[in-house]
Design a protein around this ligand. Structure first.
Ligand SMILES: [Zn+2]
Length: 273
């Protein structure tokens, strides 16, 4: 939830650009991998930045979000390039009455034909979270951080308890930043309704989930950067775990008792350790 005065459209666009750049720096968005969307629950006028308009059908109905807007990355666009030319890489979608269709506002510099192919999962997660919590802001990021994704190819790391007990032990911050841990979704075809449904369910309990053998999705109702931070924290834990596997599992990591003592002292509610 964001309190008034609300950020301007340009501020949100800049934050999306900075998040895209950071995801590229941590090698979580090779080529055109990854996508970002933001739900804006207050009135905005996109026409100065995005003067062209067309009507599109939504991948799923979202009547509760009628009248509200999203900023969404374009299919095939590179997250790292959003910051240099946001209008070329982003579209602004305003949901129409009834929630079956939307007005897509774009720029004459637009470099994409369609919105991201994962927009069905993005929209379903936004809708689920906005309806459940009443938030007026919600960010969703899909990225492909290599260490987390590599671990998800090892069957035992597809179990969320095993995964969290092996990635959250490497830094004291990790349990503080990710107290619900990282959720997991089995491999499902990118863009499919099955992946959309599993992602919605997993993001009810977690703020970041691994799409097994593919990447991650993170959400935040505070900022795009916060969602990006969650990816960075989880990937840092996965990188230590990978280092430990590569060196014959010689390191201890924080013990369950050490993690419980951090949580006791700092008032962190968690059920993983
Ligand atoms: Zn992907």
């Amino acid at each position: 939830m964001i309190n008034a005065p609300y950020p301007e459209l340009d501020e949100l666009i800049t934050l999306i650009g900075e998040a895209g750049q950071r995801l590229s720096e941590i090698e979580a968005s090779e080529g055109a991998a990854g996508n970002i969307s933001v739900f804006i629950g207050w009135p905005i006028d996109p026409r100065r930045r995005f003067p062209l308009v067309e009507s599109i059908m939504l991948p799923l109905p979202a009547p509760e979000l009628a009248g509200f807007a999203f900023l969404i990355s374009g299919s095939g666009r590179r997250l790292r390039e959003i910051i240099q030319d946001p209008a070329a890489n982003l579209g602004c979608l305003v949901i129409e009455e009834g929630g079956q269709s939307g007005r897509l506002y774009t720029s004459p510099q637009r470099l994409f034909i369609n919105l991201t192919s994962e927009f069905n999962s993005h929209l379903a997660v936004h809708r689920d979270q906005v309806v459940a919590s009443g938030t007026n802001f919600h960010a969703v990021i899909h990225a492909q951080p290599p260490h987390l994704t590599y671990l998800s190819h090892l069957p035992r790391y597809q179990d969320p308890i095993y995964l969290n007990r092996h990635i959250l032990i490497w830094q004291p911050e990790l349990i503080i930043q990710l107290p619900e841990g990282v959720g997991t979704v089995p491999f499902l075809v990118p863009g499919s309704p099955q992946l959309m449904d599993a992602t919605v369910a997993a993001l009810r309990k977690h703020r970041i989930v691994v799409w097994s053998k593919h990447g991650v999705v993170a959400r935040s109702d505070v900022s795009v950067k916060r969602a990006c931070d969650r990816i960075e924290y989880a990937e840092a834990g996965a990188r230590y775990e990978y280092m430990n596997l590569a060196t014959g599992e010689q390191a201890e990591g924080l013990s369950p008792e050490e993690i419980r003592s951090i949580c006791r002292d700092l008032g962190v509610q968690q059920s993983i350790f």
